[in-house]
Write a protein that binds this ligand. Structure first.
Ligand code: NAP
Length: 478
């Protein structure tokens, strides 16, 4: 089908869907979750064949995906997310103040690119799509070519939910043709884009979006090496446990997580050497595995060889089969790291680089040399966190999420989550792609001035029919 037809259909569906009451939209999201649940077995089987991911992981991801849909349903039923602000008229002011009311309203058709590394949670009915539909916008999904049959099965479940919940037929559409991504972004009816993938891909989409006659936002989550700083007292007192925890995090899902800890930083010491020996042993004991698709596998094999040519190898697993990825740990000094910018790039896969700094000044220089990140982690005892507060404050400027004494892999879907960060982690650090705040990417504030009650959306009406929290004349009230 022509892109133009798809986008016209999406715009037409938007005209109706944006008027659907929040409670009905919530039921629609819950119905999508239920339809996906009905297909769980075949979805796990199909995705397993397409992505090499194990059934336990895929089952967990389906649960995460359906919970995500239900969480957005709860959010829109409760309703206050629309951020309704009412400044009532003050006719006695000089000059008189008119009645002014503001809330968030959906932008229009959105294009979502499915991600390769999360066939459910960041793909067809994943977080981007759930947040678009919760906001009241329509969506055109570009399925990822690495799991086409999985994507189509999920879309079929969504179509059943559309029919069962009585939503406009084209509220959700799905395209899979490899040549279509650019055209979808360029189409004049597209109002926003959600993307998770490579820096190269994200930047290309950002380029198309600004090239348009009317530029649109691209919310791209792209590249992060998630620096972890290990402080001296923690290394001295907790090395064995830290080695196990971080080896597991580096090799989890054969390193195919955007929150993979790709950079480990510490000041040189005997305790650090002891920790690296334990970490190296744990990495060497991990198991090589197949990656998501041959493109990612080849990129890892080449990137790994390039990286290891520039650093000292600490450890690696035994040689794998030809189509498996090979976990590895490298090391460089702070001085070498500061000189060599290619060491700061993401290598997607089970590889991590240790940077040993000669002193605090070099540690600060290393942190300041880094680009924007999704996460940064502090590994320290209470003694450390008291002594190194300035370093922790510096870390907080780097990333959307700063973590204390836990590995960065694992992203909770909740209201407080920030899965975002300064470029190149994402294209817009003011937003998150995980958690209920992700809905804010697909709305804009609209102000109604001097409107009578019957012409206003429910959230702004005088008698508050939804019963939501609003700010009325500067007071938060129901
Ligand atoms: P990708 O190459 O960025 O592709 C993701 C999606 O974007 C695909 O649907 C692709 O469509 C589309 N796309 C990419 N470049 C495009 C362009 N110039 N114009 C239009 N559409 C474009 O990501 P991937 O296939 O998932 O993996 C490749 C690499 O991305 C990995 O090796 C890894 O380095 C990185 N990655 C990072 C993360 C992360 O979370 N940081 C996640 C996954 C992957 P087509 O295939 O149709 O071109």
């Amino acid at each position: 089908m022509q892109i133009d037809t798809i986008m016209q259909q999406s715009a037409q569906a938007f005209d109706t869907y944006k008027q659907v009451k929040p409670a009905e939209r919530a039921t629609f999201l819950e119905t999508i979750a239920a339809e996906i649940e009905k297909q769980r077995e075949i979805l796990v089987e199909t995705a397993g064949k397409e992505t090499n991911l194990p059934a336990a992981r895929l089952n967990g991801e389906i649960t995460r995906t359906t919970n995500q849909l239900k969480l957005f349903a709860e959010l829109i039923k409760e309703g206050s997310w629309v951020d309704a602000v009412i400044d009532t008229a003050r006719p006695d002011n000089t000059p008189p103040r008119p009645d002014i009311r503001r809330m968030l309203l959906p932008v229009g058709p959105v294009v979502v690119f499915g991600a390769s590394n999360f066939p459910f949670a960041f793909s067809t009915a994943g977080g981007d799509t759930a947040s678009v539909l919760a906001a009241g916008a329509t969506v055109v999904i570009k399925g990822h070519p690495a799991h086409p049959r999985t994507s189509l099965l999920v879309f079929t479940a969504m179509q059943k939910a559309i029919a069962a919940a009585g939503m406009p037929e084209h509220t959700v559409q799905h395209v899979a043709d490899v040549a279509l991504g650019k055209d979808l972004v360029l189409h004049p009816l597209t109002t926003g884009v959600g993307f998770t993938g490579s820096l190269q891909g994200g930047k290309a989409l950002m380029g198309y979006a600004t090239e348009r006659e009317s530029p649109i936002p691209v919310f791209a989550e792209m590249s992060s090496i998630n620096p972890v700083v290990f402080f001296p007292d923690a290394l001295q007192t907790q090395a064995p446990q830290l080695a196990q925890t971080f080896a597991a995090s580096i090799t989890l899902g054969i390193g195919q997580f955007c929150t993979n800890p790709g950079l480990l930083i510490a000041i040189q010491s005997e305790a650090l050497e002891n920790f690296l020996q334990l970490l190296g042993t744990a990495i060497a004991a991990s198991t090589p595995q197949k990656m998501l698709h041959s493109g990612i596998q080849q990129a890892y094999v080449k990137g790994r060889a390039d990286m290891l040519a520039q650093v000292t190898l600490v450890s690696e697993t035994a040689a794998p089969a030809a189509d498996e990825a090979w976990p590895a740990l490298g090391r460089v000094t702070g001085a070498e790291f500061l000189k060599n910018h290619s060491l700061k790039e993401e290598l997607f896969g089970p590889y991590s680089l240790v940077v040993t700094c000669k002193d605090k000044a070099e540690l600060i220089a290393v942190l300041k040399s880094l680009k924007g990140q999704l996460t940064t982690t502090v590994v320290g005892t209470e003694t450390d966190t008291t002594q190194w507060q300035d370093i922790i404050a510096l870390q907080a400027t780097l990333a959307g999420r700063i973590i204390l004494n836990q590995p960065p892999t694992g992203v909770e879907v909740c209201a407080a989550m920030v899965h975002g960060g300064p470029f190149p982690a994402t294209s817009d650090q003011r937003f998150t792609s995980v958690g209920t705040s992700a809905i804010k990417r697909w709305v804009r504030p609209v102000c109604f001035q001097n409107f009578p009650d019957h012409l206003l959306p429910d959230a702004l009406k005088k008698d508050n029919p939804q019963g939501i929290w609003r700010t009325v004349d500067n007071q938060l009230t129901k």
